[in-house]
Design a protein around this ligand. Structure first.
Ligand code: UDP
Length: 463
């Protein structure tokens, strides 16, 4: 019937979410075909390449068009975002070639891009292909981004220096220091790039968001009522989530260990694909966990390397005997498991023995917890995670806050206190009840007449 071109930004999280969108569309509208444009930086090929091979082999409706590599030196850039933006900008001629060649051989009906891929938006006009955004974080974050150009025009100060609450339609007041991190400093290039992206949102034919109506009703209403972009019309919003990647390794040792633990007794700690802590902070977490007396499953990675050239490489295998307090593993042997580097998170969160999740508040992790009905402790680290924490704690009531002292340090006492609250106290009971309700709503949203399926039908109808 037609071809859908998806253009995710590089980075596993965005690629996986985009592919889930493709799978979701094909599941309910199998006559379409999906082509994913992939941009795999040469300094980071490993996991992405094997994931692409796996999807190609298992989903015949999805094919991949690899954009030529652009050689660049990661050490010349101030941030990972800066590398990605430059890669995307410099890939534009290749994206143009891809659109041209795919359009020659098939009937392309829509071009769906990640927010970071905004530079490719103008190309689609040459081929009369409508452009939609796929937004991989929540509607609250989307509402904030949509409103950001208005805030930019009405102030000259950086969020990092404002020291006040920021009020935006559909959102709880956000302390300016907790704003989405690339927006904090208006003199940075990341700030200008994000401003540019945000100004492009209203030009899209539609915005697809990985969330569901009853998770973020106020933000969704503010967006659809046009309150976030007061001076322009807002494109239609399609909330089609929660889309969660199935799977991972179903035979991982930690799942066997979870089988042996009592129902809802284990607190799971994991900080996304990039979250790293200093050696001192790891020791402090260990001490807090030990003091809490609770069962735990903890994913531990090596601290960030001090060498500049290692900045963008995955950290090496952690040496637990060096990183954790002496005797910690022995003393907690009967109630705790430390997993190195990576756990099959979706399977872990859906396991009956898991009763709580200490998370960095990445949106995929949040959706995976919501879908599994697991309450959270919010310990944000990077990107939009500090913003997500405010939303999870103040608005959604799905998480307890992990409080930091100056400089982002979290004490063992704070870890102990929050784990205890989550697992045994009234505060934990309250967030657990909300999590259970959202789990049921998430499942309902994905049923045939559920809000996300209705949204998907409207979206496909708009093509
Ligand atoms: N993840 C996992 N095991 C880990 C760490 C992360 O399976 O040990 C998965 C997690 O389930 C989620 C993704 O990696 O799907 C992380 O995405 P998120 O948006 O939460 O955070 P990011 O890594 O993008 O900061």
């Amino acid at each position: 019937m037609g071809t859908i071109i998806l253009y995710p930004s590089p980075g596993m999280g965005h690629l996986v979410s985009m592919v889930e969108l493709g799978k979701f569309i094909l599941k309910h509208h199998p006559s379409f075909s999906v082509v994913v444009l992939t941009l795999i930086p040469s300094f980071n090929t490993g996991t992405t390449a094997s994931y692409v091979r796996h999807i190609s082999a298992t989903f015949p409706g999805i094919s991949f068009h690899h954009l030529p590599d652009i050689p660049l030196d990661p050490l010349l850039y101030p941030s990972m975002e800066a590398i990605i933006f430059d890669l995307i900008r410099r890939s534009n001629p290749n994206v143009n070639n891809a659109l041209q060649s795919i359009s020659l051989s098939s009937n392309v009906i829509v071009f769906i891009i990640d927010m970071f891929c905004t530079p490719a938006m103008s190309l689609a006009a040459n081929y009369n292909i409508p452009v939609y955004y796929f937004f991989t974080s929540g509607a609250c974050c989307l509402a904030q981004f949509l409103h950001f150009p208005t805030i930019h025009r009405t102030t000259t100060e950086s969020f990092k220096d404002m020291n006040k609450l920021v009020h935006s339609p559909g959102l709880p007041p956000i302390p300016s220091s907790e704003m989405i991190s690339p927006l904090l400093d208006r003199t940075s290039t990341d700030y200008s790039d994000f401003l540019d992206f945000c100004e492009h949102f209203p030009k899209a034919a539609g915005i697809i968001d990985n969330t569901f109506d009853s998770l973020e009703p106020k933000a969704i209403k503010a967006i659809t009522d046009g309150l976030c972009v007061p001076d322009l019309s807002t494109p239609p919003l399609y909330c089609i989530g929660p889309l969660v990647a199935a799977g991972g390794d179903g035979s991982h040792e930690c799942l066997n260990w979870l089988d042996l633990q009592p129902s809802r007794s284990v607190v799971y700690l994991c900080f996304g694909s990039l979250g790293l802590f200093s050696a001192n902070q790891l020791k402090e977490i260990a001490t807090g966990l030990e003091m809490s007396g609770h069962r735990f499953l903890w994913v531990v990675r090596s601290p960030p390397s001090e060498k500049k050239e290692d900045r963008f490489l995955p950290p090496p295998e952690p040496d637990l005997s060096l990183l954790l307090p002496e005797g910690f593993l022995d003393r907690t042997r009967d109630r705790g498991l430390v997993v190195k580097k990576w756990a099959p998170q979706v399977a872990v969160l859906s396991h009956e023995s898991v009763g709580g999740f200490v998370t960095h508040c990445g949106w995929n992790s949040v959706l995976e917890a919501v879908r599994a009905g697991v309450p959270m402790v919010a310990w944000p680290l990077y990107a939009e995670q500090r913003f997500n924490k405010v939303v999870l704690v103040e608005e959604m009531k799905l998480a307890l806050p992990m409080d930091e002292t100056d400089g982002g340090w979290v004490t063992a006492t704070e870890v102990e206190k929050r784990v205890r609250q989550l697992m045994e106290a009234e505060e934990g009971k309250a967030v657990r009840e909300v999590a259970t309700a959202r789990k049921e709503e998430a499942a309902r949203a994905m049923e045939e007449d559920g809000s996300s399926r209705v949204s998907l039908s409207k979206l496909v109808g708009s093509w």
